[in-house]
Write a protein that binds this ligand. Structure first.
Ligand SMILES: Cc1cc2nc3c(=O)[nH]c(=O)nc-3n(C[C@H](O)[C@H](O)[C@H](O)COP(=O)(O)OP(=O)(O)OC[C@H]3O[C@@H](n4cnc5c(N)ncnc54)[C@H](O)[C@@H]3O)c2cc1C
Length: 432
């Protein structure tokens, strides 16, 4: 008999569910309107409000409803392109500047959480990244050594016979550890950012979808389901949830589902065996997986891409449960309490960015790694708008190129995922 499907609301929402804020009348004017109340929008709102601007954040659902309250909470600051790919595109200096900014962005998040006293279970645990073949282990080992040398980041290779010091499995042929990555409770982080933004003087309006935006003399006209606002500046931070309110951006991002399953609470000795160093985990195949212990160290949260476009079909949950059991055979058949999904935003060159279009400012394209990048990019967009030097960034690129989405749906993704999945299966077969 197949097990019943688990709860489809995020596990994180049990401790910090996005909630409505008291409804306020919509102002007629604002210095800055920000669209989207996730890490990026709130990351922009805080410095702008602190600089004395009247800031109005408009959110289609309850504040924090998007990916920012649903993600894995791994503070990776990953970039999809490798350093060599970045060098080919931006030259040696450009690539090193981009990589150095990832280090600065991670450290800025740690500082922000501490200074603003955001209770979000942040722990700099380190991250183990498993290699599926001996060849991939060699690549990871060299990368770890190079990272330590270039940026002084504590990172080291883990040969096969030491893997069990970090993770309770024989699945990997070795791996790489970097100690500048940790974990946090994503929904508590976004709740904390809402608190900080409100205290700074920003207004946040939930249940207020923006339906259209247009430049007008001296600023922009922002139409919402609750009325129209004239804004001097607009910052768009809608990422994977971009909708008809910004048809231009919707043609430039591929919204992809990412899904996480949560196991029931496990015995403490099982958790200690599976996660002896309590690190975050990643497994870079064509279709990558990310997983971790919950912050209270009672359960496993296991995530990966979900190729479905709508509804809550059972397939992706069962697929993740099978992948979990491949890595941890003792979890085969474990009861799942939650399985939820959220949208990440990919773009053609797989780089996060800030850019301007029609006088509007954008912070978007976090390609599934926005816990570090979204707040950082939102903040950069805000500082640039204020004309402050802190607004300089190596991530100010051209707008993303057009992608062939239809009605906002990436119809081609199921095919892409099927192709990647087949390549992963071939690789796994080849090593047995
Ligand atoms: C399941 C999952 C796991 C992930 N795991 C990780 C991880 O472990 N580490 C990591 O670094 N990243 C991870 N990510 C990615 C990360 O969560 C995102 O990159 C990040 O939260 C993006 O923040 P944001 O503020 O740009 O967008 P969001 O938090 O998605 O916020 C966008 C908001 O815009 C609102 N909006 C959209 N259109 C309108 C409109 N017209 N009017 C008003 N409001 C609108 C939406 O309602 C939404 O609330 C994961 C994502 C998912 C879904």
């Amino acid at each position: 008999m197949t097990a019943p499907l688990p709860e489809s609301a995020p596990y994180w929402w049990e401790a910090a569910r996005p909630a409505p804020l008291p409804e306020l009348p919509l102002p007629e004017t604002a210095d800055v309107v920000i669209v989207g109340a996730g890490y990026a929008g709130l990351g922009a709102a805080i410095p702008l409000a602190r600089a004395g601007r009247s800031v109005v954040v408009l959110e289609a659902r309850d504040p924090g409803f998007g990916a920012s309250s649903r993600n894995g909470g791994i503070t990776s600051g990953n970039l999809r392109p490798s350093l060599d790919e970045l060098k080919a595109r931006f030259g040696e200096t450009g690539a090193i500047a981009i990589e150095a900014e990832s280090k600065a962005a991670r450290e800025d998040l740690w500082r922000f959480i501490e200074e603003e006293q955001i209770d979000c279970d942040f722990a700099l645990t380190g991250r183990f990244s498993g290699a599926l073949t001996p060849e991939l282990y060699e690549v990871k080992a060299r990368a770890a050594e190079a990272l330590a040398k270039r940026l002084g980041i504590e990172s080291f290779p883990v040969p096969k016979d030491e893997v069990r010091n970090h993770i309770g499995t024989d699945f990997y042929c070795g791996g790489e550890v970097r100690m500048d990555i940790g974990g946090l409770h994503p929904a508590k982080l976004v709740a904390g950012m809402i608190r900080v933004a409100l205290a700074a003087g920003a207004q946040i309006h939930g249940q207020t979808p923006v339906t259209a935006m247009a430049p007008q003399a001296g600023g922009h006209l922002v139409e919402t389901a609750r009325g129209t606002i004239r804004a001097r500046e607009v910052v768009v931070c809608t990422n994977g949830y971009t909708d008809k309110g910004d048809p231009w951006l919707r043609q430039r991002l591929v919204a992809v589902r990412s899904r996480i399953i949560a196991t029931e609470p496990l015995a403490p000795e099982v958790m200690e065996r599976l996660f002896p160093t309590r690190m975050m985990m990643s497994d870079a195949r064509k279709l990558s997986y990310y997983y971790r212990p919950s912050p209270d160290f009672t359960r496993v949260l296991f995530g990966g891409r979900d190729s479905t476009l709508a509804g809550e079909p059972a397939g992706p949950t069962r697929h993740l449960a099978r992948q979990l059991a491949m890595i941890f055979p003792e979890l085969d058949g474990v009861r799942l309490t939650h399985s939820w999904q959220g949208h990440v935003a990919m773009n053609r060159d797989m780089l996060p960015r800030v850019f301007d279009h029609q006088g509007r400012h954008y912070a978007t394209g976090f390609c599934g790694s926005g816990v570090v990048w979204a707040r950082w990019a939102g903040q950069k967009a805000a500082l640039a708008l204020l004309g402050e030097t802190g607004g300089d960034t190596s991530f100010r690129f051209r707008p993303p190129k057009l992608v062939p989405v239809l009605g906002g749906k990436a119809w081609f993704m199921p095919g892409v995922f099927a192709w990647y999945g087949a390549q992963d299966r071939k690789m796994l077969k080849g090593r047995t």
